[in-house]
Design a protein around this ligand. Structure first.
Ligand SMILES: Cc1cc2nc3c(=O)[nH]c(=O)nc-3n(C[C@H](O)[C@H](O)[C@H](O)COP(=O)(O)OP(=O)(O)OC[C@H]3O[C@@H](n4cnc5c(N)ncnc54)[C@H](O)[C@@H]3O)c2cc1C
Length: 462
């Protein structure tokens, strides 16, 4: 296996820390280099930013975190509300999930399916949520047009890896069509193999018409350019160490300056440390996801594996997500270690490699050129919140996308901006209340370890 070095490495600044863990580290570091992703290596030089905070400042709005969510919020504040926010980022711009994900821009928010929305919220609210996500997907599509991040349109294929999961997908497809008016369709095993994907063991698939695969780092850099052009300021290498009330305002402390702000919006995703703000302590469960990119496939390999460039997810609870990229490499990702300290253990990368070989035997032994991992923000009820948790405190956050934030973060950032600007929240459960906590927060990882074993057993059962 050859792993290609990251050509975006800066000679200055701190090295990338592969063992970073939000449950044990106070911040994600300062000025750390990007993870060695295929995306950062192929995005071209990052656009200009505003450099680190070097002294005390006053501003209207501070946004903490410069991923898709923080930058979308900054862009919308500037374009839609005339507010020129300051974005504070601990490391490089979009250093977290937003330069590490699979680039699967899909019609989701959180981890629940449409049938689960109905079970939890009732049919009427589920229909409103669907409409909100569709509106968000349109907005994401507009941004994809504007930023041009090597889009691969074509929808989303969910591959059933067992007959029982095919049945579940068929029921979900019927519900999408009949209740939500969203025209999905089922694909039989033969048609799947002939027209889309020659995946060993695939029983069939559900095809969703909406979905765009993107190059995440190019998309993040598009956000950065657009937000700054609209008047936002983006300060990398400026970790927020403390957020404290100061009368009606906040004092946001970084190592080399304190920013006084009327409002604070938190967009720190799976990189939210336990100490960032008491309202967020134990509200997010950070889960590691691993990803790899192979060398480009030959035409013969393509014919025997990935005929499509539409992105794919399988029906495992510990799911794999994968696609053929515009330069014919394969990207595949899945779960990883439980702790940051264990993330570098080779068995986690091996799990991905084994998964790729089992699905596509023709790719057995293929060279892996890039491998990395990142923290996903999973909420304890599997759905996000874009909220102001206390009505009389101008503190806002947008968190908990559960690994489905590539497209939803565009709308979430826009809704967050609306709240910061004083707009009434849209009447939906994801825009109300606060993220739920967890009664056994210190023991969550013990539970996660046991759940992973159980999910693996259930996923692989016939
Ligand atoms: C490996 C992986 C694969 C994924 N694949 C997909 C996919 O295919 N499709 C999909 O829809 N979603 C996917 N996701 C999720 C998706 O990447 C995110 O939901 C999306 O990028 C939105 O991220 P964000 O902006 O909320 O957070 P992030 O991009 O993580 O940004 C948070 C930022 O906050 C900064 N920060 C944290 N603490 C501080 C502090 N104290 N001070 C200053 N800055 C701070 C961090 O450095 C970080 O840059 C994946 C995630 C991972 C990790």
């Amino acid at each position: 296996m050859t792993l290609i070095a990251d050509p975006q490495s800066r000679p200055t600044g701190a090295p990338y820390d592969p063992t970073y863990d939000p449950l044990t580290h106070a911040t994600p570091g300062t000025d750390r280099n990007y993870a060695p992703t295929y995306w950062v290596a192929t995005a071209g030089p990052p656009p200009e930013d505003d450099g680190p905070v070097t002294g005390d400042m006053d501003t209207d709005v501070v946004i903490v975190g410069s991923g898709f969510t923080g930058l979308s919020c900054a862009l919308s504040l500037a374009r839609d509300h005339g507010i020129k926010a300051m974005v504070l980022e601990a490391n490089r711009v979009a250093w977290g999930c937003s330069t590490r994900n699979g680039g699967q821009g899909q019609t989701a928010s959180g981890r629940l399916s449409r049938s689960q929305w109905i079970a939890r919220y009732g049919r009427e609210t589920a229909l409103k949520l669907h409409a909100e996500i569709m509106e968000g997907f349109d907005y994401f599509t507009d941004l994809v047009r504007e930023f041009d991040p090597d889009p691969q349109p074509g929808g989303h294929i969910y591959v059933a890896h067992r007959p029982r999961t095919y049945e579940k997908l068929a029921a979900e497809s019927a519900l999408a069509n009949e209740v939500f008016g969203y025209r999905t369709r089922m694909i039989g095993a033969d048609a799947l193999k002939r027209d889309w994907l020659d995946e060993a063991g695939a029983v069939g698939a559900l095809h969703e018409p909406l979905g765009i695969g993107i190059h995440p780092a190019k998309f993040a850099f598009g956000y950065l350019r657009a937000a700054r052009a609209a008047g936002a300021k983006v300060y990398p290498s400026s970790p927020v160490l403390e957020i404290e009330r100061d009368g009606a305002a906040f004092r946001v402390r970084t190592p080399h300056g304190t920013v006084r702000a009327r409002a604070v919006a938190i967009a720190t995703g799976g990189y939210t440390s336990q100490d960032l703000h008491p309202r967020l302590r134990s509200r997010i469960m950070p889960i590691l996801s691993n990803s790899l990119v192979t060398r480009p496939l030959t035409p013969e390999e393509i014919a025997a594996s990935f005929r499509t460039t539409t992105f794919v997810t399988d029906t495992r609870t510990l799911r794999f997500y994968y696609r053929r990229l515009p330069d014919d490499r394969v990207q595949i990702g899945s779960r990883s270690a439980i702790t940051g300290a264990d993330a570098t253990h080779p068995r986690h990368l091996q799990l991905l490699i084994d998964g790729l070989h089992a699905k596509f035997p023709v790719l057995e032994g293929i060279r892996v050129d890039y491998s990395w991992w990142g923290w996903v923000d999973v909420s304890h009820d599997m759905m996000p919140r874009v909220v102001q948790p206390e009505p009389d405190e101008p503190l806002f956050y947008s968190l908990g996308y559960g690994g489905n934030g590539v497209s939803f973060s565009a709308q979430a950032g826009r809704r967050l901006a609306g709240l910061v600007a004083g707009r009434k929240p849209v009447g939906l459960p994801i825009y109300e209340g606060a993220l739920p906590g967890h009664p056994f927060a210190p023991f969550r990882r013990i539970g996660q370890r046991m759940l992973y074993r159980w999910y693996h057993h259930r996923d692989e059962a016939a």
